[in-house]
Design a protein around this ligand. Structure first.
Ligand code: AMP
Ligand code: MG
Length: 334
């Protein structure tokens, strides 16, 4: 099989990132040749889509040049240009899509629009060797449990309100922690000692986090130690995630768990997921941090898989899809 080179552009939220992946050639394996990112951080408050998009517009040309340079390739060497078509914030998505269209048209190569959530799963399959995992995707904006069933990636459980990372960041913002708050909460939690009663909100296969956010903020006003609140948030929030992931594994009969999303950088979540998997005779896979957070490499990897199955996206059909659902993707590459 000839070697395929695909450049992938990620810009669904606060991260602009460009990666180059190869597939085929000797061994047929996927390799990441480059992955360059620029993370936009709000000066204060939450993410402002227009401002993040402006930052992406400024950083993308340099990221593309850098990623091509790292891969020792030119744009015209690419077999295709892939981009995250959704889900995500409209202005951010459109900025990445415009860059992808411009690059594909000048290089004279096809465009491949990919689903961001599916990319989080496929990068694990491509690089870690798990075959058919249940993905626990825990990031800022998204919290989903996804598995392949009946020819599609299906969402078995998800948050009914805010993403788990969003909950951590909102708590952190009110509590004066730096953004993003996940790492700061993890450090605080390591010095916590008391488990405080936060609402454990699992409904069937779904989770909800806004009640926990309100309760944790109230505990802070009541004078509980930040270390103990942080520990309690982690224990309860992650136990909820692990419970729904386990239920999905039992339901679809899978013995592989894959973590993805920025929250998967948390050692306590990794530990809890690993314990659950081990206790049911399953295996847990955690990508390197740079492939857990939003990254262009995973877009390139999924783009290469789709291209291999003959899937491309005509420029006329490349409008972004802010609410692109995981189960809308027709999976023809596996
Ligand atoms: P993503 O949306 O996938 O780019 O991931 C960003 C989210 O991951 C933010 O909400 C961060 O607070 C969260 N995050 C990053 N590192 C950690 C960590 N060590 N523990 C918990 N959450 C984290
Ligand atoms: Mg993501």
């Amino acid at each position: 099989m000839a070697r395929t080179l695909v450049l992938g552009i990620e810009s669904t939220a606060h991260t602009a990132s460009v990666g180059v992946a190869s597939s085929g050639g000797r061994g047929g394996a996927f390799r990441v040749l480059s992955n360059r990112s620029a993370v936009w951080r709000p000066p204060k408050g939450g993410i402002h889509p227009r401002e993040a998009a402006n930052a992406h517009a400024e950083s993308l040309p340099g990221l593309i040049r850098g990623a091509l340079g790292d891969a020792r390739a030119k744009a015209r060497d690419m077999s295709a240009v892939a981009f995250a078509q959704g889900p995500g914030l409209g202005p951010c998505l459109r900025t990445g899509a415009s860059a992808a269209r411009a690059l594909a048209l000048t290089a004279g190569v096809p465009l491949v629009g990919v689903n961001h959530c599916v990319a989080h799963l496929e990068v694990g399959r491509a690089l870690l060797g798990c075959e058919d995992p249940v993905l626990l995707y825990a990031s800022g904006g998204n919290t989903q449990v996804i598995a392949f069933a009946g020819g599609r990636y299906r969402v078995f459980g998800e948050t009914l309100d805010i993403g788990v990372g969003n909950m951590l960041d909102k708590f952190g913002r009110e509590a004066g922690l730096p953004f993003p708050a996940g790492p700061a909460i993890e450090r605080l939690a390591s010095r916590g000692s008391k488990l405080l009663p936060l609402p454990y909100s699992v409904k069937g296969m779904d989770v909800a986090y806004s009640g926990m956010l309100t309760a944790a903020l109230q505990m802070r006003r009541d004078g509980e130690r930040m270390e103990d609140i942080a520990l309690s948030i982690q224990e309860v929030a992650f136990a909820m995630l692990v419970e729904v992931a386990e239920r999905a594994m039992a339901h679809v009969g899978r013995d592989e768990l894959l973590l993805g999303g920025g929250v998967a950088a948390n050692a306590r979540l990794v530990e809890m997921a690993g314990t659950m998997a081990r206790e049911r005779g399953a295996e847990s896979f955690v990508p390197e941090r740079r492939f857990c957070v939003d990254n262009g490499a995973m877009i390139a990897v999924l783009g290469a898989m789709m291209l291999g199955a003959g899937v491309t996206t005509p420029v006329g059909g490349s409008a972004v899809r802010q609410r692109f659902r995981t189960d809308e993707v027709e999976v023809s590459w596996r």
